[in-house]
Design a protein around this ligand. Structure first.
Ligand code: SIN
Ligand code: CO
Length: 383
């Protein structure tokens, strides 16, 4: 279990989040690394895992994309090995990511782990996303500059850097220390000894990404087939003229789509997509019957949350009452209002089994919810 030692989270959110970088000393007292460099190298050998090695030798940068079967040609000079989404593969890394639960979950992306040798790093650069970087074993010097224009360079393929910046933060991080860097602030971390770093990354879609996602959603669900019509068409001086009122009408066609309930469903679906789930899969295909779930529970089977499971809850006002709609890996899960707290506890539980079930007053509803969580591809029987 990791517990983030940040007593005034409210102060952090109002003063720093998206506004101002900060170093937080001893954010994880007695920090124990959730993995070591050998395990990290093991992940970087896997086909489906996104990894790269960035190195600098005699002033020449290189950037090599994994997977790696042999590291020796790339681990030259001052180098770093970076592996994305390690939280999807190592439960202890997921626990570290979960300690940032004061940020809404839908904004959280993944946890990237890097291992650097002394002097290693990825060079001065600017990221588009917020990041918390936890210092694991070893020490690293972090410099952060002001959020203003900096000259971009690309010293190697797919390696974006800037020429330099004047630091407003210049500190050496020790194990358990944390640095927060908002988007747009240039930064550079140079390892002082060989070290591990854990970067908590966030998601923030651009307008165009949202638009693309919405188009895909509409296509998959065959939505929005209403066509432009103009029974009130007006004459005009030139046949080439399109009237502002006609453009307005098309704008309102757009607004209608955005204001429809489909947009809310699209957002929930978009942000609960996982690698394992078919994007916009047709309605749930139930694999486990309620009886099968009950039998598994009775046989002492433990149900685990898949490490990459994504959950979103929306509060909707229906008939003057707030009702929570839950989405797990793109599947909508509805429960009666009186069972919403139970669902929430189940979503938060580390695992679900017959013993855990005893904590709930209504065993029947527990079984039903568990079946939904399993059939949504979010939980699985650990057999
Ligand atoms: C790292 O090298 O661990 C983090 C790289 C970064 O600054 O984004
Ligand atoms: Co960065």
């Amino acid at each position: 279990m990791y517990k983030l030692n940040l007593p005034n989270k409210h102060h952090f959110l109002t003063e720093h989040w998206q506004k101002k970088p900060i170093v937080i000393r001893n954010a994880f007292p007695n920090f124990a690394d959730p993995l070591d460099e050998h395990e990290l190298a093991g992940l970087a050998q896997e086909e489906d895992i996104d990894s790269r090695i960035i190195s600098k030798k005699q002033g020449v940068w290189s950037n090599t994309q994994g997977p790696f079967s042999d590291f020796t040609p790339y681990c030259i000079g001052d180098w770093s090995l970076l592996v994305q989404s390690v939280d999807h593969y190592i439960p202890e890394v997921k626990m570290l990511l979960d300690s940032f639960d004061f940020i809404p979950n839908w904004r959280v992306d993944d946890l990237m782990v890097s291992y650097s040798v002394a002097n290693g790093g990825v060079g001065p650069h600017i990221d588009q996303y917020d990041v918390f970087i936890i210092q694991g074993q070893g020490t690293r010097r972090w410099q952060v500059g002001a959020n203003k224009h900096h000259e971009s360079i690309q010293p190697a393929k797919n390696l974006k850097q800037i020429t330099g910046f004047d630091p407003i933060i210049d500190e050496i991080l020790e194990p358990g220390d944390l640095i927060y860097i908002p988007p747009g602030f240039p930064h550079n971390g140079v390892a002082l000894t060989s070290c591990l770093n854990y970067s908590v990354g966030f998601r923030a879609p651009t307008q165009r990404e949202l638009l693309d996602g919405f188009v895909d959603y509409a296509q998959a669900k065959n939505l929005f087939n209403q066509r432009y019509s103009d029974p009130d068409i007006s004459p005009r001086d030139s046949r080439f003229e399109i009237k502002a009122s006609e453009i307005e009408k098309m704008k309102s066609m757009f607004m209608q789509m955005i204001n429809s309930v489909h947009f809310d469903d699209f957002i929930a679906t978009y942000f609960t997509e996982t690698k394992d789930v078919d994007m916009y899969a047709a309605d749930l295909t139930e694999n486990y019957s309620l009886n099968e779930i009950i039998n598994l529970l009775d046989n002492g089977v433990i149900f685990q949350r898949k490490l990459d499971t994504r959950v979103i809850q929306q509060k909707l006002r229906i008939n003057d009452k707030y009702q929570t709609v839950t989405w797990v890996n793109q599947h909508r899960i509805n429960v009666e209002i009186e069972h919403e707290n139970m669902l929430l506890s189940m979503l938060n539980a580390n695992y679900l089994d017959n013993q855990e079930k005893n904590n709930y007053a209504n065993g029947l509803i527990f079984n039903q919810i568990l079946a939904r969580l399993v059939n949504a591809g979010g939980w699985y029987p650990d057999i």
